[in-house]
Ligand binder design. Structure first.
Ligand code: KIV
Length: 274
């Protein structure tokens, strides 16, 4: 007799319902084992294009491809059952036209089984956000410091430091919300502006380096776990896995060199092989 285990993931309407109710807990995730560990504790996992920098050692996110996003999206879906999984649309896969964006986003949804995609850009991407959501693809927006425009910004620079910059960024937030996005990431944004936008729009704002005034928070998981030797200044470290891994590898290397494996043999026993 087979047992059917029903699993239910967090849905897009459930994320929207967090607005003015409870904070949305989000983290990035790129692989199956960590997806399993995060799954019951977060509302949303983002397979971010930061995967290029974190897991592939790239200098920026610009070299990340759609195939890379699909591969990591599949891994995260296999490792999780509960959280809503959103996959980033990489640079070059959606900006050209709403039609190109739809074709590529549909591939991401079909090949990974994830529930939503994220794309960067405010007013200039509103038509695309509308086009995708009208056709059944939930979209998370991303405004403020958008890393795919790093060459235009000239670096990872906080947005909205002066009030003169605010109206354009506020217009971006309103444009993606009105176009149908179910939430919007506010990255690298001055606190009073993030607070203002959070009050102005009807969908949850998810902050990263944008203060506690947002409706939810997202961090790159490796940054908060202490795996990044140079994490952004705003990141609180919740673990020191980098140091733990180094210490473990050092102990293992010592055991191998001494040919000692205290308590374990590190080889298949003869019984198991026989
Ligand atoms: O790619 C990513 O990890 C992101 C988050 C920083 C929001 O877009």
């Amino acid at each position: 007799m087979s047992v059917v285990v029903e699993t239910k993931r967090v849905t897009v309407p459930e994320i929207i319902a967090h607005k003015n109710a409870k904070p949305v807990v989000c983290l990035t995730c790129y692989h199956a084992h960590t997806a399993r560990l995060l799954d019951q504790h977060v509302d949303l996992m983002l397979v971010g294009d930061s995967v290029g920098m974190v897991m592939h050692g790239m200098e920026t996110t610009l070299g990340v491809t759609l195939d890379m996003m699909i591969l990591h999206g599949q891994a995260v879906m296999r490792g999780s059952k509960h959280a809503l999984v959103t996959v980033d649309m990489p640079f070059g896969s959606y900006e050209e036209s709403p039609q190109v964006a739809f074709r590529n986003a549909a591939r991401v949804i079909q090949e990974t089984g994830c529930q939503a995609v994220k794309l960067e850009g405010g007013s200039r991407m509103a038509e695309t956000v509308h086009y995708l959501t009208e056709r059944g693809i939930p979209v998370m927006g991303h405004i403020g410091l958008t890393p795919q425009r790093i060459q235009i910004f000239g670096g990872f620079k906080t947005q909205g430091r002066t009030e003169a910059e605010w109206p354009a960024i506020e217009a971006d937030a309103k444009a993606v919300a009105e176009a149908g996005a179910f939430s919007v990431v506010l990255e690298g944004m001055a606190e009073p502006l993030a607070a203002k936008i959070t009050h102005q729009i009807a969908i949850p704002t998810i902050g990263i380096g944008a203060s506690a005034q947002c409706d939810g928070q997202i961090l790159v998981m490796e940054d908060m776990l202490g795996l990044n030797p140079n994490p952004p200044k705003f990141v609180r470290q919740y673990a020191s896995l980098g140091a733990d891994i180094e210490a473990a590898v050092k102990a293992y290397a010592t055991d191998v060199r001494a040919r000692t494996f205290p308590g374990k043999e590190n080889v298949y026993s003869m019984k198991r092989i026989a």
